[in-house]
Design a protein around this ligand. Sequence first.
Ligand code: T46
Length: 141
Amino acid sequence: MSNSNQDFLCDVKKVFFDVKGDDKGRLVFFQNGNNLSFDIKRVFFIYNTKDCISRGHHAHYKTKQLLVATSGCVQINCEWKGRKESFVLSRPDMGLIIEGMVWHTMDNFSSDCVLMVLADSYYDEADYVRDYNEFLRVSGQ
Ligand code: T46
């Protein structure tokens, strides 16, 4: 029997950050319990990705992530609950929250792109669904 997509955490949200700044320049911060919808357990960043490369191609069972292009730009393509939508991250004061069972790919990386990711979980390969047909099956689509 296949699972219904109601069984899994599954959401995508574009978010804008509060920017602190003065004549010295701008600053954005993330602090547990303050301005994030989850607590941070892991931070990683992706850079030096060639523009012909497509990354991602997976969903997560549980992990919640906030993606921010702190430099340059990148396109994030998401599929969840039967919806497909692409988002361009191109400024450090906005990001994309991807929670759980969302198939996502990243492409059109600019040469200067630094994609920072804050995650609510430690790295665990068992949390990944890397097979698209398996994603469709477990998400009930
Ligand atoms: C995601 C998107 C946005 C680790 O050892 N620890 C880590 O915390 C991570 C994230 C990766 N790795 C290793 C696993 C692979 O050997 O780094 C290598 C590259 O990882 P992957 O091919 O999964 O990278 P992306 O860019 O396809 O996906 C990454 C994250 O893995 C994923 O959670 O949602 O960025």
